[in-house]
Design a binder for this molecule. Structure first.
Ligand code: ASP
Ligand code: CP
Length: 307
């Protein structure tokens, strides 16, 4: 088993499948009255969050607690980071406290790689800048497999602000490793030249959402990340929505069995219409629940558990 999960590229098909299978076993636990396993008793998991998060932070905490680990939650807000303390010194402090795993979210791409040089425990990337979010890709793959029965051969459209999306990067890497066919869709300004080829040569690019929908088994809508935008990438929110938003008439172009995903948080009314987000095709709430199982599987396997 790998020691760190810094990128979805750390996962070959066998390791990714082992994590998804283990997540399935962890999910079975969620239906029980007592949701805890004693597996990580005596181990310490530190959640180190330098960037805001709702789903990822809460689900890593729930995952570690369900495995009976001791959990320390560190949020940069309210810490000595405001006094200028560096990531390295913070890491050494955590090291002194004996962290077996450090889960990190950070605005700088590559922060988990640096952290792994400074701590002895496992490092798990919970989102670094615009780079990667590998556990999101795992929970997304888990959701696709549980809804559609497989990943190999699935046609997945990832739509919207690809430029700023660590979710898109990790999903392209993981899904292509598992045999899915990915098409990135969005305005040319938000799909960096060569990104698809750089991530995986089989990945396609389209600027026309309407022509991709009838051929998709999965459509994954991405949030327009205005907080990361310094320039204007499209004429107006309304224009963006008209061309790349998923509303009910557009959703009807999908095949009968196709599902609609979104990592959250959503800009309802912009990239996704409320009636689509709340429809039976939407897996958005399920993705959050699956996030706990996928993160339990990651912590369990990285910290030495067996399938
Ligand atoms: N929550 C995801 C992330 O942190 C996606 C998003 O923010 O749009 O990358
Ligand atoms: N999907 C996701 O990473 O959500 P948060 O930013 O709320 O953690």
């Amino acid at each position: 088993m790998i020691k760190h999960l810094r990128s979805a590229a750390d996962l070959d098909a066998d390791t990714a499948t082992l994590i998804l299978d283990t997540a399935g076993e962890m999910a079975a636990l969620a239906g029980r009255e007592v949701k805890k396993l004693p597996t990580l008793r005596g181990r310490t998991v530190v959640n180190l969050f330098y960037e805001d998060s709702t789903r990822t932070r809460i689900s890593f905490e729930a995952a570690a607690k369900r495995l009976s680990a001791d959990v320390i939650n560190f949020s940069a807000k309210g810490s000595s980071v405001s006094k200028g303390e560096s990531l390295k010194d913070t890491a050494l402090t955590l090291q002194a406290m004996g962290a077996d795993a450090v889960v990190i979210r950070h605005p700088a791409s590559g922060a988990p790689h640096r952290l792994a040089q400074w701590v002895d425990g496992s490092v798990v990337n919970a989102g670094d800048g615009t780079h990667e979010h590998p556990t999101q890709a795992l929970l997304d793959a888990y959701t696709m497999r549980s809804r559609l029965g497989k990943i190999d051969g699935l046609r997945v459209a990832i739509v919207g602000d690809v430029l700023h999306s660590r979710v898109a990067r990790s999903n392209v890497l993981l899904l292509t490793t598992l045999g899915a066919q990915v098409t990135l869709v969005g305005p040319p300004t938000l799909i960096p030249v060569d990104i698809a080829a750089a991530l995986s040569p089989a990945t396609k690019v389209s600027y026309d959402l309407d022509s991709v929908l009838p051929e998709a088994d999965v459509v994954m809508m991405l949030r327009v990340q205005t907080e990361r935008m310094q320039d204007s990438y499209f004429p107006s929110a309304r224009e963006y929505s008209r061309r790349y938003g998923l509303d009910a008439p557009r959703m009807r172009k999908l095949p009968e069995h196709a599902i609609v995903m979104h990592p959250g948080p959503m800009n309802r009314g912009m990239e996704i219409a409320p009636e689509v987000a709340d429809s039976t095709r939407s897996t958005i709430v399920e993705q959050v629940a699956n996030g706990v199982s996928a993160r339990m599987a990651v912590l369990y396997l990285l910290l030495g558990g067996k399938a």
